[in-house]
Design a protein around this ligand. Structure first.
Ligand code: HPA
Ligand code: ZN
Length: 324
């Protein structure tokens, strides 16, 4: 079964590239950029990844990415992940990235885009992996800042497959970003948003109504609202579920208690994803294997989940046809 899961062509729709920064590379980049880390060793960093909730993770996530300063750092970050994902049978990756978390440290959009785009090109040529870019806004920052960043990214809009919304969810409802997402819609840029991870199911409704998203990142709390579940099923809204992330951030007590089987029973369009693989205990294959162990799903179920991701990926139709 593990061999089947490895060979299954997997598309990853929910991945924060900054969350793929393994402690080994973090130490290399810290040395290269003369940045001091609060950890004495790789083992100490890993031991610190013991989270009580989303915010306790975000604190270490933003601290970890402080080693990313130059174009080459973003290239190395992404290539390191693309190689690992390729070895796990991942064929397509959609990268969320957080420009505000870099701009606030004096790193320019050009450094971020140039480094990530060079890695995407190399991944395509060397590994045969296709990629997509999702520029995410930090929902715990002011909406005006998100709009400014979006406008200042106009030279790079043609590189974007979508915009997204991430960071601390509770108390930062999707509607706060209505005008940014409206602007993206006017420009023909698709939209996704994290909702219903720690925040209530109402935030999923808001993301659909106020942001007009085509996917919900996480969305596991939709089960608290029967009407919403019916709507998600009717409108075939994709949920990018991240099982190990939900366990590590204590959204669920353990994987056996995860609502994934209920989401499938409800007939929703579910996909499996890693979110922040360096922080949550593993990448796509680790997530697939963990679900196999927790739920005992058949090959057919995993094939269906993998197909959902390929069908709904931001990917040109020619590429999709070669993968389906
Ligand atoms: N949720 C919200 N924001 C994030 C996450 C997440 O799981 N990972 C990185 N930023
Ligand atoms: Zn996420």
């Amino acid at each position: 079964m593990q061999e089947f899961l490895k060979r299954l062509p997997k598309a990853e729709l929910h991945l924060h590239i900054e969350g793929s920064l393994e402690p080994e590379l973090m130490f290399v980049l810290a040395e290269r950029n003369q940045i001091s880390l609060p950890y004495a060793s790789v083992a100490e960093a890993r031991a610190a990844y013991d989270f009580s909730d989303l915010q306790s993770f975000l604190d270490l996530y933003y601290q970890g990415m402080s080693v990313l300063r130059k174009e080459q750092d973003f290239f190395d970050l992404a290539m390191d992940y693309f190689r690992r994902a390729h070895a796990e049978g991942v064929v397509h990756i959609e990268l969320h990235f957080d420009p505000q978390a870099h701009l606030s440290r004096g790193v320019s959009l050009q450094q971020v885009f140039d480094g990530l785009n060079r890695a995407r090109q190399e991944a395509k040529e060397e590994l045969g992996i296709s990629t997509a870019m999702i520029m995410a806004f930090l929902r715990d920052r002011p909406a005006e800042e998100a709009l400014e960043v979006f406008e200042s990214a106009s030279p790079y809009w043609h590189h974007l497959d979508a915009i997204g919304l991430d960071s601390a969810e509770a108390g930062n409802p999707p509607s706060k970003f209505g005008h940014v997402f409206k602007r993206a819609k006017e420009l023909g840029i698709p939209r996704v948003a994290h909702a219903g991870e720690e925040g209530p199911s109402d935030y999923i409704v808001e993301a659909l109504d106020a942001l007009e998203v085509c996917r919900i990142d996480h969305g596991v709390r939709c089960l608290e609202d029967d009407g919403l579940v019916q709507r998600l099923r009717r409108e075939k809204v994709v949920l990018t579920v991240c099982p190990l992330s939900n366990v590590r951030l204590k959204v669920v007590g353990n994987l056996q208690q995860h609502p994934l089987p209920k989401l499938l029973q409800a007939g929703l369009v579910v996909t499996l994803n890693s979110d922040d693989p360096a922080y949550f205990g593993g990448g796509m294959l680790t997530n697939f294997i963990a679900c196999q162990e927790a739920f005992g799903w058949s090959e057919e179920t995993f094939a269906e989940l993998a197909k959902n991701a390929l069908v709904h990926a931001f990917m040109n139709e020619e590429r999709r046809a070669t993968l389906l």
